[in-house]
Design a protein around this ligand. Structure first.
Ligand SMILES: Nc1ncnc2c1ncn2[C@@H]1O[C@H](COP(=O)(O)OP(=O)(O)O)[C@@H](O)[C@H]1O
Ligand SMILES: [Mg+2]
Length: 342
C-alpha cells in the first residue's frame, strides 16, 4: 500500500467562547467548545476521502486544520511522514494543500480579473517563470477547468456561480497541489451545476492524481467520487470505511440514518431504517457518553455513561457501544442498494 500523503493522529480543537454579560455577572467560568475530538484520518496520493455530517459537526474545522488555517491543540499531523508544523514542511503545505470553499464569490477578490487571480498564485509560489509564460499557464489552467481563456479578462461578478467555482478550482490547481480540501464546494450551486463540478473534480483527480478531501453535509454528494468516507458527528469520526463498504454495509446507527434519508425512487428498494430524528445536542454541553446517544434508536445503558472508542475491523472503523446495532444488517430491512438515485 502506498505511503500516506497526509496522516492525522488524534487531533482535537477547542474554541474559547466569548463571555457574555451574564457570565461576567455570575462569574461563570469561560466555556470552551470542542469542535474536533480525537480525529484520525489518512489520505493517500490521488485518493478521494469524503467527509460528511450535519452542519456544526466540525467538518470545516477539520479542513481548516489540514490546510493550516487553524492549529489543533492535541495530536499530530504528518505530511509524507514528517510533522507538518516543522518550518520547511509548513511552506510545503502552503503550496501542496489547497482549499476550495463553499462560496466561490466570497473567496474571489471582486476587483481582480479572473486572469489576475490566477497569475497572482503563480507569482506568489514562484511558478511558471516570466510574464509571458505565466499568461500561457493561465490559459492552460482555464482550459483545465473547462473555461474559455477569453473569460480571463472578466471580473467575478460577471460570470455564473458554477464558472466562479471553476475559477476557484483553477486557482487551487495553479499552486500544483498534491491535495485539495474542498469544503462543501457544491452546496451553494444548483443541482445540475453540482454534478458538473463533481465531474470536473473527478476528472482532475484522474488526470493529475491529486488527492481530494471532499467535505459535504449530504452523503449522496460524496457517494460516487469517494474512495473512502468518514462520517462525523459532534466533532468526532463515528464511522469510516471504503466508500463501497460504507454505502452497502453501514454499521453506525447515525450513518444508517443518513443513508435512509437519501430518497430512493424504487419503493421495493426502500429501507425500514428510520432517518435521524431530533436535534444535534448543544456542542457546549455534549452528552457524557456517546455523542449520538440522545438521538439513537439503538441506545443501551452504557451509551449514556461511557464514551465509545473507534473500533476498527480492517479498514472499517465504527464508534458504537451496542454490538447489536453495529452487526452488519442487524435489521433485515437495512440492506442498502449499491447505487441510489443521484
Ligand atoms: N472560529 C470559531 N469560534 C468559535 N466556534 C467555532 C469557530 N469555528 C467553528 N466553531 C464551532 O465549532 C463547531 C464546528 O464548526 P464547523 O467546523 O464549522 O462545522 P461544519 O463545517 O461541520 O458545519 C460548531 O459548533 C461551530 O459553531
Ligand atoms: Mg462547514
Amino acid at each position: 500500500m502506498t505511503e500516506p500523503l497526509l496522516s492525522i493522529h488524534h487531533i482535537s480543537k477547542t474554541f474559547p467562547m466569548a463571555r457574555n454579560f451574564r457570565d461576567v455577572v455570575t462569574r461563570s467560568p469561560r466555556q470552551t467548545l470542542r469542535a474536533l475530538r480525537d480525529v484520525s484520518l489518512t489520505v493517500r496520493p490521488g485518493e478521494v476521502v469524503g467527509v460528511v455530517g450535519e452542519s456544526g459537526c466540525g467538518k470545516s474545522t477539520l479542513g481548516r486544520c489540514i490546510a493550516g488555517l487553524e492549529t489543533p491543540e492535541h495530536g499530530d499531523m504528518l505530511w509524507q511522514g514528517a510533522p507538518i508544523s516543522a518550518g520547511e514542511n509548513r511552506r510545503t503545505r502552503a503550496r501542496h494543500i489547497q482549499m476550495v470553499f463553499q462560496d466561490p464569490y466570497a473567496s474571489l477578490n471582486p476587483r481582480m480579473t479572473l486572469g489576475q487571480t490566477l497569475e497572482e498564485v503563480l507569482r506568489v509560489h514562484g511558478l511558471a517563470g516570466d510574464a509571458a509564460r505565466r499568461r500561457e499557464r493561465v490559459d492552460e489552467l482555464m482550459l483545465m477547468v473547462g473555461l474559455a481563456p477569453a473569460l480571463k479578462e472578466r471580473l467575478p461578478h460577471t460570470i455564473s456561480g458554477g464558472q466562479r467555482q471553476r475559477i476557484c478550482i483553477a486557482r487551487a490547481l495553479a499552486a500544483e497541489p498534491q491535495l485539495i480540501v474542498a469544503d462543501e464546494p457544491v452546496s451553494a450551486l444548483d443541482a445540475s451545476v453540482q454534478a458538473q463540478i463533481i465531474n470536473l473534480l473527478e476528472d482532475l483527480r484522474a488526470k493529475l492524481n491529486i488527492a481530494l478531501i471532499f467535505i459535504a453535509h449530504d452523503l449522496n454528494v460524496v457517494r460516487h467520487i469517494s474512495d473512502r468516507v468518514a462520517v462525523m458527528y459532534l466533532g468526532e469520526i463515528v464511522e469510516t470505511a471504503a466508500a463501497e463498504a460504507l454505502f452497502t454495509r453501514p454499521l453506525h446507527p447515525y450513518t444508517r440514518g443518513l443513508l435512509a434519508a437519501i430518497p430512493i425512487p424504487d419503493p421495493k428498494r426502500r429501507t425500514s431504517v428510520p432517518s435521524v430524528e431530533g436535534e444535534i445536542p448543544d456542542p457546549l454541553s455534549p452528552p457524557i457518553g456517546c455523542g449520538f446517544s440522545t438521538r439513537c434508536s439503538h441506545v443501551i445503558h452504557p451509551c449514556r455513561v461511557r464514551h465509545p472508542d473507534l473500533h476498527q475491523t480492517g479498514e472499517h472503523g465504527v464508534r458504537c457501544l451496542n454490538p447489536a446495532a453495529t452487526r452488519p444488517f442487524a435489521d433485515p430491512g437495512s440492506v442498502y442498494p449499491a447505487t441510489g438515485n443521484q
